[in-house]
Design a protein around this ligand. Sequence first.
Ligand SMILES: Cc1cc2nc3c(=O)[nH]c(=O)nc-3n(C[C@H](O)[C@H](O)[C@H](O)COP(=O)(O)OP(=O)(O)OC[C@H]3O[C@@H](n4cnc5c(N)ncnc54)[C@H](O)[C@@H]3O)c2cc1C
Length: 341
Amino acid sequence: MKMNVVIVGSGIAALKTYTTAYNRKNIDTLIVDVNPIGGLLASIGLIYKYPIAPIFIDQDAVTLFHNCNFACHPIEVHILKEGNILDKVKGFALFDVQRLWLYELAKKKIACFSLQLYECILKMLNLNAGTIRRVHDSIRKIDVVNQVVTTSQGFILKYENLIYTWPLDLLIKTITNTKSSSMLTLLNSVTARLKYVSIYIRSYIIYERIPEEKEQKLKLYFHGTRASRVHTIIKIPMGKYKALLYALTSYSEYYPLLPGIGDKIHSELRKHRIITSSTQVLDYNDVNVVYGFLNILPREVLKEVCEELRKHNIVLFGRVAEWKEYDVPSLLFKGLPQNTI
Ligand SMILES: Cc1cc2nc3c(=O)[nH]c(=O)nc-3n(C[C@H](O)[C@H](O)[C@H](O)COP(=O)(O)OP(=O)(O)OC[C@H]3O[C@@H](n4cnc5c(N)ncnc54)[C@H](O)[C@@H]3O)c2cc1C
């Protein structure tokens, strides 16, 4: 199949590219991804849909999002146990990371949250998940010279432009038939420098009677020692009787993930009395965010990779492809990289 634009991935960067291409005439565009549409913003939950990761928008940026039903809450920070919270959030990794999202939240007074962030962003981009042209498959190889993507199930897609939004370190595993060995050498050397900390998230919808005066507060709990696996708990009120809970633990090569971590998190929530005998759990979910926090790389190194790939009509776009900790508004409202489409 011949396409003008093939987009690898289906997170917000991919959807933004798709809508930009769709709105220009004669641009045949196709998304290829094996993962659910929405990336980190995708919704989970059977009865109540909510974002897989706790994503907040600053109060002054909320007006840019139309009909998203944001609720802005004052933040109340609780320290369950003093210690080195920063190190623990970082999974005791020995390298520095670009942004520590959860810790940034603690410094804010107010944060805004929408249960329907993904659905609302789709609407803002004029997209309907059911009608997006998409191949639900993984990528086996990208033939750089012939500009062809082959999917795991053998689907062959010839492209004029390839927009790559998947994690940058996975690109080297799929790229083949490069024109120059210098491109491979460059990609290999950059990939070797990419490091990240992963996050395991257990989330709950709970039912409990919340005291009237505390109703609207977003509660943020930190635990800073190894005595507990969880480092951050976020409790977001959903009206009078319900709340959304996110409990997070980080892991890395320096602090591996334990088997049965979901159950461990649950018992820690009981121990810290976040979940009590009067709490009714309506739903819960577990998510593994592999690329939780990204390490810092010199911008010129990444720029060089982007420029080299550009020569072969491959464009890197988005948080994990550009290895740049964008927030949602900057991805959604920034233009695509120049001359992408
Ligand atoms: C823990 C955390 C908290 C955040 N908090 C906020 C916040 O409060 N406010 C805010 O504005 N932004 C926040 N962000 C950033 C925001 O989520 C991103 O900017 C945005 O979702 C990036 O969209 P994207 O399309 O570039 O990447 P993604 O949504 O990550 O998608 C990229 C593509 O890569 C694929 N992919 C991802 N991981 C893998 C893998 N392991 N294997 C194969 N494919 C993979 C995805 O399926 C998708 O197709 C947070 C990010 C994290 C990690």
